[in-house]
Design a protein. Sequence first.
Length: 306
Amino acid sequence: MLRSTLLAASRSGAIRGLVERTPLTRPVVKRFISGDDVDAAIATTGEVLADGRLVTLDHLGEDTRDAAQATATVDAYLELLRRLETAGYADRAEVSVKLSAVGQFLPVDGEKIALENARRICAAAGVVGTTVTLDMEDHTTTDSTLGILRELRVDFPWVGAVLQAYLKRTEQDCRDLAHAGSRVRLCKGAYQEPASVAFQDKAEVDLSYVRCLKVLMAGEGYPMVASHDPRLIAIAADLASGRAKDSYEFQMLYGIRPEEQRRIAAEGNRMRVYLPYGDEWYGYFMRRLAERPANVAFFLRALVSR
Ligand code: FAD
């Protein structure tokens, strides 16, 4: 109930204005977001890399209906990639891109524009020697995103994508993408989805996650285990026991279970932190609140204690 309310709020312009205008929100947002600009993102990247973790950076923003905004997002990624190279981080830090931030929802030629914009980001990533992973948004975008992934991989075979275990289609998508050279970030899924396409029960989502993991770990691709769930991490480690340590990785979000992130990295595993930055933090922040009721309490406590 709380989850659906927060996820509905994550797409409400009126509530967005209210949450964003409250200055007291800021300290809570900081737990999940590196900072407003590329300087903050580069500084936090350095801190995360220093203890042996890897990074994927997300320039925040989504659902843009404005072509100029989509172009500005591409420019922000190009600047970020240059800065990663200058700092000497491009071998350990990649970028994650939401296609809806680079034009997928534009009313005219949205998919075509998103593909061209994503292509520019991939070309720049290739030049500095890093990779790009396409985030996955709600289920209405899955076919479009996987279609764009296929097109991008013709020129940039290292482009990865996210699959969401809560979608009933995902086990088959994993089979389709478990081939050599493919990079799949498997997560549970963070959006509000109808029962016609998505498992609603947490236990069913977890079972689906394990089925998908089995497919990816048995395949020839590069599985990226994106979860904070201790049971799923243990199962993933078990399924990966026959694989080389550099043929898969664990991933978690910035600000969530950082000690566990360090522990996993210290055991010689590849552990990547998803690091968002920028001032368009509202949708991302609300999804983090929705994932865990305790976050809402934490948020409210921070508000009333000031
Ligand atoms: P859960 O069962 O939700 O959580 C397990 C435990 O982790 C909790 O008990 C708690 O201890 C901790 N935890 C989980 N979430 C939080 C939180 N918000 N705050 C504090 N503690 C928490 N979703 C998409 O739909 N599309 C994407 O492209 C996408 N990309 C992602 C990339 C990465 C690297 C990661 C890690 C997640 C991504 N997600 C994405 C989000 C994902 O779908 C889940 O919503 C999120 O990871 C929570 O699921 P969980 O597997 O951690 O399990």
